[in-house]
Design a protein around this ligand. Structure first.
Ligand code: SAM
Ligand code: SF4
Length: 473
């Protein structure tokens, strides 16, 4: 199982390593919690909610695993290798438990939800299992362990959004933050475990989202990334006025918090992204012109087996609308799965042809990994041999790399507005930031500060990064 997006050095380093908790203690604290988070941005956002819940109950947090009283792993179950990574990590905890038998080890997130009690039975080290909707119960679960029991809560809720909880930002550079706007998914793509691990789709109330984004802006943040498995189906009913708020309206309200607050969002679903969303993006300069629009396959028979509920023609029509409304500069990225059940060589060629037709800026590309309990696992044999899956994936990756290069090269000579995010990992004489279309730009430092906007002329590029110099606006 492999996955690859054409990444900058900064992004690669961020992805390769799990995110861990920072240090926070208070007097009379109940013990120190260490959290390691894996998987998608939703999971990282959830760890910030977990940290907030625990700190409010009197726990401290630590980034040093050896001083932790409780070790929590916030896990991902999307592909087999994500779960293997966690099992491997648990082995490393054996030595910690041997030295410190009282340390509590807990598994949170999608793997906890998928495996439930099995995790406690199979992994003797594990004391606590908590699914994504049971984080408010964590202090009670930790109390149960104090009393010598194992603790588990994998109840999935139809309402929980954690909307009232102010996340504690972990590892934030103070410039960008993730804001969860909905949870769960109702789509039932046949390959996907998310509907089973994160439950039914529900939208967070608009007031709490705007409140959180406003507070972030006032604290100095300059970018919010609105998160959901399918943001275009955001749907919240105001109980006072009975009015329904859709995603385009939420975007417009967030954009109006302040023109200096950049808005990004993911993930969009091709069946749901509307022209109203695209026109709203066009209307506000601070809604970044970048859309992540997973395709999964370029072939109609495979799309139907995947239960994606759109065709290649529908998908291409959405791309046409993006180009017509937002122009050629709008960044577009994709997810693609190579070697889904019964995929033929010709059908794989259709995916390559789709990539060529769209010319994406980025891609997240995977080989198919059968997930137990999903509709695909029940109905279709996982019959594409591993070597064929890997070869198809390599072909997809090579083509995407070429397109990323072409899309980056078109910016050479252009002046781009950049939000400065930090020091370049390769040199502290350089800053890095992102363009509106989500491309990483590295440039020699001037007098600008992190969190400020600057204008940069693009001088050259690699497939993952633009290289430029500061110019006066
Ligand atoms: N909700 C988003 C969507 O509909 O595109 C993304 C959900 S998922 C966390 C991210 C990506 O993982 C998917 O778009 C898909 O390409 C990939 N993925 C999900 N299940 C997979 C599986 N069983 N094998 C390989 N890749 C998978
Ligand atoms: Fe999974 Fe499909 Fe939902 Fe995305 S839309 S989370 S791929 S079921």
């Amino acid at each position: 199982m492999q996955a690859l997006k054409v990444l900058s050095t900064e992004e690669k380093e961020a992805l390769d390593s799990p995110r861990i908790s920072t240090d926070f203690t208070q007097s009379d604290y109940l013990g120190k919690v260490y959290i390691e988070s894996y998987g998608c941005q939703m999971n990282f956002a959830d760890s910030e909610v977990v940290t907030s819940i625990l700190i409010n109950k009197g726990y401290g947090t630590t980034s040093n695993i050896s001083e932790a009283d409780t070790i929590l792993l916030n896990t991902c179950a999307i592909r087999d290798n994500a779960e293997n990574k966690i099992r491997h990590r648990l082995q490393a905890f054996k030595a910690i438990k041997a030295k410190k038998p009282d340390v509590t080890i807990g598994i949170l997130g999608c793997m906890a939800e998928r495996l439930k009690t099995k995790l406690i039975e199979e992994e003797k080290l594990v004391d606590l299992v908590a699914g994504p909707d049971s984080y408010r119960d964590l202090p009670n679960l930790l109390d149960q362990i104090e009393n010598g029991q194992k603790a588990i809560n994998v109840f999935l809720s139809k309402e929980e959004t954690y909307g009232d909880i102010e996340p504690v930002r972990l590892h934030s550079n103070g410039v960008g933050a993730f804001v969860s706007i909905m949870r769960g998914c109702d789509n039932m793509c046949s390959f996907c475990v998310v509907p089973f691990t994160r439950g039914r789709e529900r939208s967070r109330d608009l007031v709490s989202i705007i409140h959180e984004c406003t507070a972030l802006f006032n604290q100095g943040y300059r970018e919010v990334n609105l998160l959901g498995q399918n943001v275009d189906s955001y749907h919240w009913i105001n109980q006072d006025s009975n009015e329904t708020v859709n995603f385009a309206q939420l975007l417009a309200q967030t954009a109006q918090i302040h023109p200096d607050l950049r808005i990004r969002f993911s993930t969009s679903h091709p069946k749901d992204i509307t022209d109203e969303v695209l026109h709203t993006m066009a209307r506000f300069e601070n809604i970044c012109k970048n859309i992540h629009l997973p395709a999964q396959s370029g072939n109609n028979r495979i799309l139907e087996l995947m239960n994606r509920t759109y065709t290649r023609e529908w998908y291409l029509d959405r791309i046409k609308s993006i180009r017509a409304i937002l122009g050629e500069d709008c960044g577009i990225s994709h997810d693609v799965i190579a070697g889904f059940c019964s995929e033929t060589e010709e059908e794989h060629q259709d995916t390559l042809a789709l990539l060529t037709e769209v010319q994406y800026d980025f891609g997240y590309m995977f080989t198919y990994s059968e997930r137990p309990g999903t509709p695909a696992a029940k109905k279709y044999p996982d019959d594409v041999p591993d070597d064929v899956k890997s070869r198809r994936l390599s072909e997809i990756i090579d083509l995407q790399r070429k397109h990323s290069g072409i899309r980056n090269e078109r910016l050479i000579g252009r002046i781009e507005k950049i939000l400065v995010e930090g020091n370049s990992k390769k040199s502290d004489k350089h800053h890095y930031g992102k363009t509106d279309s989500n491309k990483v730009v590295v440039f020699p430092k001037g007098t600008e500060q992190i969190g400020e906007y600057v204008y940069v002329k693009v001088l050259s590029c690699t497939t993952g990064t633009l290289i430029g110099e500061l110019v006066n606006s």
